[in-house]
Structures are given as structure tokens and as C-alpha cells.
Write a protein that binds this ligand. Structure first.
Ligand code: APR
Ligand code: ZN
Length: 374
């Protein structure tokens, strides 16, 4: 049992609160991770703002990295001291989708209950109230107990912030391009929305060998950063989006891009992604909308022109395989994920970080934890 500081959400739509919680020892099949870095992702903001209902109180954060300090029964003690990136979707490894190798759509992940596999939590308030952990990893805390299957060892030399980003934004964006859509070399690719996820789509398109990469955002700074990461063309989206579809088509040539990735989660931009496709084109939907939101499209051109829409969850990540692979690409200089981090903050700055993210002013903000763990 130890004390931790954690950003706790009591109810969507209210500010998060920094609380001192008690963290239990890891149970069987669990590990205790001292957090070193946690990214602030738009999905956290969806939860914070009440777009997705989540039970509270809950420790926020689902993008993080740290050092294993303690292991529960059944876990090799050799893991102690290892740097790990955390996956927010620890697979059960038993359901049909896991058996099919599609762990990103596991139907029995402990993450679905924001708790450990047995349904209980290791975090409590001093008065004994259990506190859930977002997606079973609740990374916005100085330390956390997580399912061992959520803690993926990193190769030596990975900065903490990069390890954290591999846990969500990088895998979601890079994987959408390389795994879900499997973009072939020479294809033309447009990316709408250049946050941590969209910029990772741009990096994925570079790795895939795309011939043109068209970066689209309302924010010029994001377009600039996308250019530094390898985007070849850009469209500065007008507030009403009126110039986006034609802008993408013109930049891509050949009637439109082979692939368009939407990395925001707005019906308007999903519509743009679909409308920009030429015959044979594919729209990869990566951004998550608010619950219950609808997007519409005209089916005739889809049949007539053999177009496709694909949903990409977590970049089709199999964390145990893909996280070390992406880390290796970073070490080779092929995946400069460190370039996404434009601000390093403390846990107490979280609400300010949410404000910046809401306004689209941040690429990736990363919470750095004090190495003493306090
Ligand atoms: N047109 C173009 N760009 C836009 C528009 C718009 N109408 N609205 C917002 N943007 C840009 C913002 O300027 C910002 O650069 O989209 C980007 C969104 O980035 P972030 O808020 O940082 O989001 P990110 O963390 O990358 O997540 C994107 O993926 O996993 C999901 O839930 C997540 O739905 C979210 C999406
Ligand atoms: Zn995320």
C-alpha cells in the first residue's frame, strides 16, 4: 500500500481534481508501474467534457509509460525495473477476436470495466471508496497498478514521452495507415486533423512511402509541423470547411487521394473525407465522435465507384508486437514521435492542458512525473 497523486474525474463536464489516493499492491497477473510520462489525448478530453459517459470517480489518462516497481503473483520478477509503454486495451487473449489476432477489438478486456480483470480496483480514497482507473491504466497518477498484459517492455533508449505516445496517439495514427488501411508505396494520402493522432497518420504515410501527403487543419502551426514530418501538400481549412474537399482533390491529383484519414471525429470532417475520394478511394475513419452522432454519405458513388470506408480502432494494434516495432522505428529515426511533444507539464496543469487541446492549440502535451515518485 502506498500513497499516490492522481487526476480524478468525479463526473463528466466537471473539472478534474488532484487527489491523494491509496494504491494497493499488485494482485495476481498485475504489475505496479511508477509513471514517468503521460500524454494528454483528445479521448481524455471527450471523457472530461462528458461526451462519453464514464462512471466516476475515475483516475484519468490512457497514454502513459513508466517503470515496473513491483509484480503480483505469477509475474516474473525479472520485469522489475523495466521501462514499459502501457496499452489502454489489455487483451483478454481468450475471446474470439483475440484468438483471431484482433486484440484491438477484444470483447473481454478489463479496460471495458476500467478496473482489474477481477473487476476490483487497486486505487481507493483514504475513506475506502474505490476509484476506477480509465481503461484499467489511469495513467495520470504518480503510480498505478495495471494488468501485466497492459505493460509492454520498451527497448533501451526510448525517451519516456515517446514511450507514452506509443501507448496511444502514435499507435492509433501510424497503425491506421500501416495496419488497418495497409497503404501501399506510391499511394496518395490526405490527413484531416493534425493532433497527435493525425500527425502520427502523417508519419505512417511517410513510412508507407506515400507519393503525396496532404495535411489538412484549421490551425497553421499544425500544418507547419506536418510539413516538418513529411507532408508534401497542405490545405488550410476555412472555418466552414468549404475549401477542404476541392483543396484535397487538387493537391492529390488524379481526381483525389487514394486514402483520406479523418483524425478528429467530427461529422463535418468525416463528410469531407468521404467526399474527397476518387473512384477506388478509401476513407479511414480514425477520430472518435461524441456518442450518438451520425454522419451521412451518398451510397451510389460507393457502389458505382468501388469506394470504401473503414473504421480504425487503436491502429489495429497488437501492443506486444507493435509497440516494440514502433519503438524500433523511432530508434532508427524513421518515426520521429518526439517531434509531436510540444509541451511538458505537471499533473497540476491538466485542466490548462485540456483548455489548450479544446482550442486545438496543442500537438501533444505530456505530463512528466517527478522521478522520486512524489
Ligand atoms: N477542420 C480541420 N481541422 C480541425 C477541425 C476542422 N473542422 N476541427 C479541429 N481540427 C484540428 C485541430 O486544430 C487539431 O489540430 O483537429 C486536430 C485535433 O487534434 P487533437 O484535439 O489533438 O486530437 P487527437 O488527440 O489527435 O485525437 C484525434 O482521435 O483518438 C481519437 O478521441 C480522439 O477523436 C479524437 C481523435
Ligand atoms: Zn488516446
Amino acid at each position: 500500500m502506498r500513497e499516490i497523486s492522481a487526476a480524478v474525474l468525479i463526473e463528466g463536464g466537471r473539472s478534474t481534481v488532484l487527489e491523494t489516493l491509496l494504491l494497493d499492491d499488485p494482485g495476481p497477473g498485475e504489475v505496479l508501474v511508477r509513471m514517468t510520462a503521460a500524454g494528454v489525448c483528445h479521448s481524455d478530453l471527450h471523457v472530461r467534457d462528458g461526451h462519453w459517459e464514464r462512471p466516476g470517480p475515475i483516475v484519468m489518462g490512457h497514454e502513459g509509460a513508466g517503470i515496473i516497481e513491483q509484480v503480483g503473483a505469477g509475474i516474473d520478477r525479472a520485469a522489475i525495473g523495466r521501462q514499459v509503454a502501457l496499452t489502454w486495451y489489455a487483451p483478454c487473449l481468450r475471446c474470439r477476436n483475440c484468438q483471431l489476432g484482433r486484440q484491438w477489438i477484444c470483447t473481454a478486456s478489463p479496460a471495458l470495466g476500467h478496473a482489474m480483470a477481477d473487476g476490483t480496483t487497486r486505487t481507493t480514497r483514504p475513506d475506502g471508496t474505490p476509484v476506477l482507473t480509465y481503461l484499467s491504466i489511469g495513467t495520470m497518477a504518480t503510480a498505478q497498478v495495471v494488468p501485466a498484459a497492459a505493460a509492454i517492455p520498451m527497448p533501451d533508449g526510448i525517451p519516456d514521452g515517446v514511450a507514452a505516445l506509443i501507448g496511444c496517439g502514435v499507435s492509433t495514427g501510424v497503425g491506421a495507415v500501416l495496419k488497418t488501411a495497409d497503404v501501399p508505396a506510391g499511394a496518395t494520402v490526405a490527413v484531416i486533423g493534425l493532433g497527435g493522432v493525425g500527425l502520427s497518420c502523417v508519419m505512417g504515410a511517410v513510412i508507407a512511402g506515400a507519393s503525396r501527403i496532404i495535411a489538412v487543419d484549421v490551425n497553421r502551426d499544425k500544418i507547419e509541423l506536418a510539413g516538418q514530418l513529411g507532408a508534401t501538400h497542405w490545405v488550410h481549412a476555412a472555418a466552414d470547411g468549404a475549401n477542404v474537399v476541392d483543396g484535397i482533390r487538387t493537391a492529390a491529383g488524379n481526381g483525389g487521394p487514394d486514402y483520406v484519414f479523418e483524425a478528429i471525429g467530427l461529422p463535418q470532417t468525416i463528410g469531407q473525407a468521404i467526399a474527397a475520394l476518387p473512384p477506388g478511394g478509401t476513407a479511414g475513419l480514425v477520430g472518435l465522435t461524441k456518442y450518438g452522432e451520425m454522419a451521412t454519405f451518398e451510397p451510389f458513388p460507393f457502389v458505382d465507384g468501388g469506394r470504401r470506408i473503414i473504421g480504425s480502432n487503436y491502429g489495429s494494434a497488437v501492443a506486444g508486437i507493435d509497440f516494440p516495432r514502433y519503438a524500433g522505428m523511432f530508434l532508427q529515426g524513421r518515426l520521429p514521435a518526439d517531434r509531436l511533444i510540444d509541451r511538458t507539464i505537471g499533473l497540476e496543469d491538466l485542466e490548462d492542458a485540456f483548455d489548450r487541446l479544446r482550442e486545438g492549440r496543442a500537438a501533444r502535451q505530456v505530463i512528466a512525473f517527478d522521478p522520486t515518485g512524489s
